[in-house]
Ligand binder design. Structure first.
Ligand SMILES: [Ca+2]
Length: 189
């Protein structure tokens, strides 16, 4: 079997994508692009497991995260900070990930911070999306309680950014995007 050095995969993918953009998409070529994408993602995932996370990111469950406890920024500025660290504000797609994050926060003495996640309903009120366009899960066990039997979000158009709020045991809360809070970045390379 011919081995294909991993370092050439992004180059190959770029060439394939460029070719497709110039010549139009065809089913067979598109499925090959998808295969290459999966190959890249699998390779990256395997490397992360073997080598751990690049500093300043730490391993939390199956993610490489950076709790930027030195910073208090607006949502947009927090995003920019994560971008500058080859990351993005974190997405929390599963209850297991949320549990792992809350455990980490409590075990590392940083529970006094409220953390920005990369979720927003600014584009369409009530439709919460991660930065990559995936839907943010709604309801329990992700969102905190406003009061007994009433779950967040409750802020309407005034609160369009997703916060792990210190006062709410770090469950999801919709908040004003201009609040100065702590970025929670995920490595995104
Ligand atoms: Ca809103």
């Amino acid at each position: 079997m011919v081995t294909f050095p991993k370092m050439w995969i992004p180059v190959a993918l770029t060439l394939v994508c460029t070719h497709l953009l110039v010549n139009g998409f065809e089913g067979e070529q598109w499925s090959r692009v998808q295969q290459l994408r999966e190959q890249i993602e699998d390779s990256e995932a395997a490397n992360i497991v073997r080598q751990g996370c690049l500093e300043p990111y730490v391993t939390v469950g199956d993610q490489c995260l950076f709790f930027a406890t030195f910073a208090e920024l607006s949502y947009q500025d927090a995003r920019q900070m994560c971008h500058s660290l080859d990351g993005e504000l974190a997405a929390v797609l599963t209850a297991t990930r949320l549990k792992n994050i809350i455990d980490y926060i409590n075990e590392n003495g940083i529970a006094g911070h409220s953390f920005w996640l990369g979720g927003s309903d600014a584009a369409q009120e009530g439709v919460w999306l991660w930065t990559d366009g995936q839907r943010v899960p709604m309801g329990a066990p992700f969102w905190g309680f406003v009061k007994l039997d009433v779950l967040e979000p409750d802020g309407g158009a005034a609160e369009n950014c997703l916060l792990l709020n210190a006062d709410g045991f770090h469950y999801f809360r919709d908040s004003s995007c201009s609040l100065l809070r702590t970025p929670l970045c995920m490595y995104a390379q």
